[in-house]
Design a protein around this ligand. Sequence first.
Ligand code: SF4
Ligand code: SF4
Length: 426
Amino acid sequence: MALQDYEKSMSYCIRCSSCKWIPYNKIQSKRFSGNCPAISKYNFHSYAGGGRVAMAYALHLGRSEISDETLDTIYRCQMCGSCQVACHIVGEICEPLEIGRELRIQCVEDGNLLPEHMFMVDSMRKDDNPLGEPKAERGDWAEGLGLKNINTEQADVLFHAGCRFSYDQDLRGVVRGAATLLKQAGVDVGIGGQEEACCGGRAFDIGYRGQMETYADDIISRLRASGASKMVTPCADCYSTFKQFYTMIRKEIDIEILHTTEYFDRLMKEGRLEPKGNGSLRVTYHDPCHLGRLGDTYVPWDGEWKKAFGQINVPDPPRKVHRGTEGIYEQPRDVIKAIPGIELVEMERIREYSWCCGAGGGVREAYEDFSEWTALERIEEAKDVGADALVTTCGWCERNFKDALEAKGDNFKIFDLTELLLADAT
Ligand code: SF4
Ligand code: SF4
């Protein structure tokens, strides 16, 4: 797809501004009624999903061009997808998230690059990760765990750690713990080790589609060679990339993709994994964008829009409208509720209407203050419902929340769900 393929979609933005809030019938308070970090912080239409659609349409029609200011506005967006969920509640044609991504892809193709992203891009090209870490150390996290090397041995499950979990020392307990829990449940686990590469999701979100296509080809060919029946990842970003982004670019993975949370839930329900718990804690659960609304199964559509009754545009053939409702929402809640001593309280913005952690879309790397502000907004929401801790299922979310809290000198607790499953977590 390219920006021109969204011409109809761009022209059908009705400027209703529904993309700025969670649906009206879900609002519980004015304080937590916003859904879009960008418009909530900058309070100017161009920063909203609909504003980006207007920008893209003007560019497409040749009525505008990219300046430093427009580039800055285009990239002050986490690509969290909340605008699109809200938009699809009022209509079915406009796609602010996809249009925002195509706008970024066009910027990159035209050489309008955001300097703050070049570190990430160079690191991906050199070391297959956006963090500036050496490729040779990618598998170090698994040292001593006795996991199979999928490059030389057959295993039933390929465990894809992802860039954040492979290198972030502070999160090492999560990734090691997740692999250990799977082994304890009798799962035959293999890893790519230093041969594992980035999924490419971050590259796609900042406009480097070619980079993601390279990663997709690499991962799909390794998967086929491995003979694994499933791929499991503890990273929500990787999950969404494998499940949704690869399908968008017509590079589908033909084996089962699971997030560790889904797999833990399944193993617990089969009696193969026993939640232990070790103390009492009142927690709230943060739905990561990429495990929730962006974890929907994507169904490509190559049809066209036709007029019905001379005035209504209808898709021919009919197409699936993505509203984020098919993400992973029940499984993490079921796991939390099954852990002895853990009480779950819900925030106001949950499931497909979840507020973003602030890390995505290259915002963490380019606009640290905006990323931090977004994370602290979520933490305020967690505190507002009386939670002692916030639980998430994504390393990027956990990292961003912890960094924002540290910058503020706040010791509110953040956990990955895996940590709650390990006996010493609480
Ligand atoms: S993007 Fe969708 S929700 Fe936002 S103003 Fe346009 S039509 Fe309304
Ligand atoms: S993707 Fe998220 S941050 Fe970007 S415009 Fe949409 S709701 Fe706002």
